[in-house]
Design a protein around this ligand. Structure first.
Ligand code: HEM
Length: 295
C-alpha cells in the first residue's frame, strides 16, 4: 500500500488515524519488508541468469564436442577429455557412457526450461511433459553414473571422490522421487520445493566443474589436489560443497522467502548475490579453459 492511499484512508476514517498513531505507520514498517522481498527476487533472478548462461555453454560443449565427434564416427576422441571414456571392445560401457552424454545434454537444457516461470504459467501441459521427461532423465543419469563409477573402473578420482559423487546420485534419485510424489498428489508448494532441490542436485556436477575452475583461476593453478590422479583434499571439500551447499541455500531461500523477517530476506539476497558472482567467475574460467576450446 503506498503512502497516498494510507493518507486518504486516514482522512476518511478518523478512527483509523487514532489506530495508526498507536502503532508505527504502516508504510514505515512495510518498506523494509518490500525492499527485502524485492532484493531477494532480484538476487534469485541474478542467480538464475548466471546459472542459465553457464549451463547453456555447458550444453553447447556437450553437443559441440561429444555430439560432433560421435556423429563423425570417432567416439575414440572422447578420450581427449576422459582417458577411459571409449574403450575398444567394451560395448556395454561405451553405450552407457554414450547414453550418459546424450542425457547430459537433454537434462541440462530441460532443467533450465522447467525453471522459466512464463512456461509454467502459459504452457502448463509442456511443463508437465518436460517435467516427466526430466525425472526419467535424472534417474538415467544417476543410475548410469553409479554403474560407471562402481562397475567400470578407471573413473577419475579416488574412493572418497567416488563415494561423494555417489552420494549426489542418491540425492538426485531421492529428490526426483519426492518431486514426482508431490506433483501426483497436486501438492504444488511441496512439488515446487522438491523440484528446485532436484534441479540443484542435478546441477551438482556442473557446480563441481565451475567450482574447480574458480579454484584453479584464483590460485593460478591446481592447489590442494593432484591434477594427474585427480585426488586431494581440495577436491573432497569442493565435492561436498558442490552437492551440499546448494541444498542448504535452497532451504534458507524458502525460509527467507516465506518468513516476514526483512533482515533475513536481505541477508539471503546478499548471500545469493555473492555466490552468483563467484559462480560467474567460475563460469568464465570453465568456458575459457574447458568448454569453448573443445567445441
Ligand atoms: C545429472 C547430471 C550429470 C551431468 C549433466 C553429467 C555430465 C557428464 C559429462 C558431460 C561427462 C563427460 C565429461 C566431461 O566432458 O565433463 C560425464 C562423464 C561422467 N559422469 Fe556424469 N553427469 C551427471 C551426473 C553424474 C553422476 C551422478 C555420476 C556418478 C554417480 C556421473 C558419473 C560420470 C562418470 C563416471 C563419467 C565418466 C568420467 C571419465 O571416465 O573420465 N555423472 N558426465
Amino acid at each position: 500500500m503506498n503512502s497516498s492511499v494510507v493518507d486518504a484512508h486516514a482522512a476518511a476514517h478518523p478512527h483509523a488515524t487514532t489506530f495508526s498513531s498507536a502503532h508505527p505507520p504502516r508504510t514505515a514498517t512495510q518498506a523494509p519488508g518490500r525492499f527485502g522481498a524485492a532484493a531477494l527476487r532480484a538476487a534469485a533472478v541474478l542467480w538464475f541468469a548466471v546459472t542459465a548462461a553457464g549451463q547453456l555453454i555447458f550444453a553447447g560443449y556437450i553437443a559441440g564436442f561429444y555430439g560432433r565427434v560421435t556423429l563423425a564416427g570417432r567416439p575414440e576422441l572422447w578420450n581427449k577429455v576422459m582417458p577411459h571414456g571409449y574403450v575398444s571392445g567394451d560395448t556395454f560401457f561405451n553405450l552407457v557412457l554414450g547414453v550418459h552424454l546424450i542425457f547430459a545434454f537433454v537434462i541440462t537444457l530441460g532443467g533450465l526450461l522447467q525453471l522459466v516461470p512464463a512456461i509454467r504459467r502459459r504452457v502448463p501441459a509442456l511443463h508437465r511433459w518436460t517435467g516427466r521427461a526430466y525425472l526419467v532423465a535424472a534417474a538415467i543419469m544417476a543410475a548410469g553414473g553409479l554403474l560407471m563409477i562402481w562397475f567400470r573402473g578407471g573413473a577419475p578420482g579416488d574412493f572418497a571422490g567416488n563415494v561423494i559423487i555417489s552420494f549426489n546420485a542418491l540425492l538426485i534419485l531421492a529428490c526426483a522421487a519426492a518431486a514426482w510424489r508431490h506433483a501426483r498428489s497436486r501438492r504444488v508448494d511441496f512439488h515446487r520445493r522438491w523440484a528446485l532441490r532436484l534441479f540443484v542436485a542435478v546441477s551438482g556436477v556442473w557446480f563441481f566443474r565451475v567450482g574447480l575452475m574458480f579454484w584453479i583461476a584464483v590460485n593460478r593453478g591446481p592447489v590442494g589436489f593432484d591434477p594427474e590422479t585427480f585426488t586431494g583434499p581440495a577436491l573432497i571439500v569442493l565435492g561436498l560443497a558442490a552437492y551440499l551447499l546448494p541444498q542448504g541455500m535452497v532451504g534458507l531461500y524458502f525460509l527467507a522467502q516465506q518468513g516476514r523477517n526483512a533482515r533475513a530476506k536481505i541477508a539471503m539476497a546478499g548471500g545469493l548475490t555473492f555466490l552468483s558472482l563467484t559462480m560467474a567467475v567460475g563460469v568464465v574460467a570453465a568456458a575459457a579453459i574447458m568448454w569453448l576450446p573443445r567445441m
